[in-house]
Design a protein around this ligand. Structure first.
Ligand code: CO
Length: 369
């Protein structure tokens, strides 16, 4: 049994548990997760129908059928032609009216309306009800990909630190281009998201967009980036100073964030809630007096989506389980001055958490190991 089929069989047993007759997935992470088919949503309907108690069916535009057949373990592939549209095929696939369907969370509204018209008496929910709990715990295939992607990001972070004071005078956009080039050189496939290079006061904006500001001596520079390997992303952040003296107050903030990050990782183990991990990190920053400057959650799950469940958020009640992968990334942002964020991904093991990132946590690139 392929990992994709194994996931589908698990999803089917969850369908029973949540009282749904079938999943209907259009292209996106859940469709890939269950079928192995990596397609784009388009005006031509592609959908995977997974009944609770029968084999799944893939309905695809006929011109995509050869590609889909080679990508998937699903045997029942039903192509439809442009001149008829998908309805005749769907009429055959839906031989009985379902009472409850779970639809892809990111299905085009058009397709969901069509399903609602086809089954006016059915109720509808989100596919994440059934698939979300499975995707939270990464299987071996997923962990290998996440590890490989983390290694590529770490190797790139070392290359950035090795620039030392050569980085001074370059623009944020320049350094971002260098990061993209190094991610690919280390085996990555493109960027998992636009790299963030936020120099000096720009670091106070957690989602700063790279611009033409030049990196100056003494600037704290927030570097947040990742790539993908086998579709799985990395996501790591360091805050570094490439040379010169950092601004007044920087070291106190830095120490608080670094200790908060370590406390968050230390708190992560099976049975602990996401809220407890958030609290462990946040309380360090609060005690240092910067609680109101830590303006976001402590972390997010990472998988086929860079941001997915479980979210490590204040009050979060998801209990950690072995195989969950998420970021621990506290930050402190002082408007018009600077920002500090440190981020590692961790995977929950049987008795604790294993860090997927292992680059130096210090801000001074000259101390890099
Ligand atoms: Co992140």
């Amino acid at each position: 049994m392929t990992p994709f089929e194994r996931r589908t069989r698990r999803a089917q047993s969850r369908l029973g548990a949540v009282g749904a007759d079938a999943l209907v997935l259009t292209p996106g992470p859940n469709l890939y997760y269950l079928s192995g088919v990596d397609a784009e949503q388009s005006e031509r309907l592609t959908c995977l129908i997974v009944p609770a108690d029968d084999d799944p069916t893939l309905v695809v535009p006929s011109l995509e059928a050869p590609t889909v057949r080679t990508a998937t373990w699903v045997e029942d592939v039903q192509p439809w032609d442009d001149d008829t549209g998908p309805e005749p095929v769907l009429d055959e696939v839906w031989d009985a009216a379902p009472s409850r369907l779970l639809l892809a969370d990111r299905m085009w509204t058009r397709f969901s309306f069509e399903l609602q018209r086809r089954f006016p008496n059915a109720s509808f929910g989100l596919a994440s009800e059934a698939v979300g709990p499975l995707r939270r715990r990464k299987d071996d295939l997923e962990r290998d990909a996440l590890r490989a992607a983390a290694r590529a990001a770490d190797a790139t972070m070392r290359d950035v630190r090795a620039l030392g004071d050569e980085a001074i005078g370059h623009t944020e956009a320049n350094l971002a281009a260098f990061i993209e080039e190094r991610l690919d050189a280390h085996g990555g496939t493109g960027v998992a998201f636009e790299p963030i290079v936020a120099a000096g006061p720009n670091g106070a904006d957690p989602h700063h967009e790279n611009g033409d500001r030049e990196i100056r001596a003494g600037d704290p520079v927030v570097l947040d980036f990742g790539t993908r390997i086998d579709r799985y992303p990395s996501d790591t952040t360091r805050t570094v100073v490439f040379g010169g003296e950092p601004p007044t107050g920087f070291e106190a903030v830095y120490t608080a964030v670094r200790e908060a990050q370590a406390a968050g990782v230390a708190a992560a183990e099976p049975g602990v809630t996401t809220g407890a991990v958030d609290r462990a990190a946040r309380s360090v920053i609060e005690e240092a007096g910067y609680g109101d400057r830590f303006v976001h959650r402590t972390g997010h799950g990472v998988g086929l989506d860079v941001h997915e469940e479980p979210y490590v958020v204040a009050g979060g009640d998801v209990e950690l389980e072995a195989g969950m992968v998420f970021s621990v990334e506290p930050g402190v942002y002082l408007p018009d001055r600077f920002g500090v964020r440190i981020e590692d991904l961790v995977v929950i093991s049987d008795d604790g958490a294993e860090r997927l990132n292992d680059t130096d946590h210090g801000w001074n690139v000259d101390d890099a190991t």
